[in-house]
Ligand binder design. Structure first.
Ligand code: NDP
Ligand code: 2IT
Length: 445
């Protein structure tokens, strides 16, 4: 068995019952064969064995009281995977499916993604199995206060800087920040995704979706094409999906779908600014279901379905992990889909990734394509440190430049390692080398 397969076998033995973490570890490690072969020092220093073991994993009880006065108990987590190139950085996810495996996969991916941004951020992830759906604002506040009453002792602006992810948006970051400030008696940039009036950055809400489209544009340029006129499917209808649609519209593309856990809306006429504004109100204010779109704007609702059976030229998975199966990938390719830019983290199953890579379509894996969100979090940290705020145009220009650079480094690295156009290989190797070299320089830690 090869060295990498040995390491993976050990990861499998030591992390039973963690399928998502094993999937992420396998996906990264298997593309590192050529770099391990060229740099014997990485193997000697056991860089891979160290990276698959988070520096620290925190699990804690989160008791809170619901509006009926009943006591509820959830589980809280923070997985601090690597501080090799900066403070731990990564989002918090509140969703009933959250468990150790999901957060370890997200934290592991985050390490390489953050390295690709070129900003000084290590990797981590956290969250809870708390479900914000159907909860009152007061219940969400009490939960966030209880969650932060334990988390505060482990984080800090130079230690670990959480942000949002699924189920954690501006409302939750506000409640979390308020409780941190109260417990520590200090106003610092300990969280990103803050409100604009209290330390947030312009463009942070837009950044992940905008970034995924900027990355797509760069991939298309390698084939002398542009987004204009392209029919695009988008999954999800939360933060990432909404701003993906906004940027697609700005570039003259035609987004035709959105989804949530109830199913998919297909609008063959395409979304427009007015329809998107209505969706933003539905999802961010009224907190309703995407199915309601059809009654207001027409189109079809495909109950319980994902958007991947809808013919498209470009696909933007922006909901959750493993939302594109091998069968979905086959259908997408059969319909002529030539670009997939992942706004979500690990939305394609290994079978889907294999098909995209062997079909040589433009496939931008999440750790590259959705890095705009955390990159702009890095820009928020930078503004907080300087006690300054940049303009919208300035932050957007920096985000754009970062995405262009991530594309360039992934593209170049793939070519250097003999697989031009393979962004999976390019992203994994480029992210890994930066972290591995920092680990070598810092000794055995
Ligand atoms: P939101 O909570 O704002 O939206 C999530 C969307 O995905 C909702 O429409 C939700 O539907 C849907 N969804 C979530 N889980 C499932 C599921 N198990 N099955 C079907 N649909 C589901 O989250 P974000 O938009 O922030 O995150 C979306 C993805 O992007 C995630 O993979 C996240 O990790 C990734 N990401 C987010 C970044 C950010 O800055 N926010 C940065 C980089 C990546 P429903 O409401 O019905 O659950
Ligand atoms: O997956 C991700 O990159 C995020 N959820 C954003 C993390 C961050 O710290 O902004």
């Amino acid at each position: 068995m090869s060295y990498i397969q040995d390491v993976l076998a050990q990861v499998e033995r030591r992390n039973p019952g963690e399928p998502e973490f094993l999937q992420a570890a396998r996906e990264v490690l298997e593309t590192l064969e050529p770099v391990m072969a060229r740099h014997a020092t990485y193997q000697k220093a056991r860089i891979l064995e160290r990276l698959v073991e988070p520096e620290r994993q925190l699990m804690f009880r989160v008791p809170w009281q619901d509006d009926a006065g009943e006591v509820q108990v959830n589980r809280g987590f923070r997985i601090e995977v690597s501080s090799a190139i900066g403070p731990y950085k990564g989002g918090l996810r509140f969703h009933p499916s959250v468990n150790l495996s999901i957060l370890k996969f997200l934290g592991f991916e985050q390490v390489f993604k953050n390295a690709l941004t070129t900003l000084p951020m290590g990797g981590g992830k956290g969250g809870s199995d708390f479900d914000p759906k159907g909860k009152s604002d007061n219940e969400v506040m009490r939960f966030c206060q209880s969650f932060m009453s334990e988390l505060f002792r482990h984080i800090g602006e130079n230690t670990d800087v959480p942000a949002g992810d699924i189920g954690v948006g501006g409302r939750e970051v506000g409640f979390l920040f308020g409780q941190y400030k109260r417990l520590r008696n200090e106003f610092t940039g300990v969280l990103t995704g803050k409100g604009l009036g209290w330390g947030g950055s312009l463009i942070r809400p837009e950044a992940t979706g905008y970034g995924a489209v900027y990355f797509a544009e760069e991939m298309l340029k390698t084939r002398n094409e542009s987004m204009a006129g392209k029919v695009c499917t988008v999954s999800g209808s939360g933060n990432v999906a909404q701003y993906t649609v906004e940027k697609l519209l700005q570039l003259g593309a035609k987004p035709v779908s959105l989804s949530d856990s109830g199913g998919t809306v297909y609008d063959p006429k395409g979304l427009n600014e007015e329809k998107l504004a209505w969706v933003m109100d539905l999802k961010n204010v009224r907190r309703g279901r995407i199915q309601e779109y059809v009654a207001r704007w027409g189109g079809e609702f495909h109950s319980g379905a994902t958007p991947w059976a809808i013919p498209c030229e470009c696909a933007f998975p922006s909901a959750t992990q493993n939302e594109i199966t091998g069968t979905d990938a086959r259908t997408l390719l059969k319909h002529g889909c030539k670009l997939i830019s992942e706004g979500a983290n690990m939305p394609s199953t290994p079978a889907a990734v294999d098909q995209f890579v062997s079909a040589k379509v433009l496939y931008g894996p999440g750790k590259a394509a959705n890095a705009g969100g955390v990159a702009t979090s890095g820009l928020e940290m930078c503004q907080n440190s300087m006690r300054l705020s940049w303009t919208r145009d300035e932050v957007d220009a920096r985000l754009r430049e970062i995405m262009v650079n991530i594309h360039a480094v992934c593209h170049r690295t793939a070519a250097t390692y003999g697989q031009p156009g393979n962004y999976v290989l390019g992203a994994n190797i480029a992210g890994f080398v930066k972290v591995a070299d920092a680990m070598l320089a810092q000794g055995l830690v």
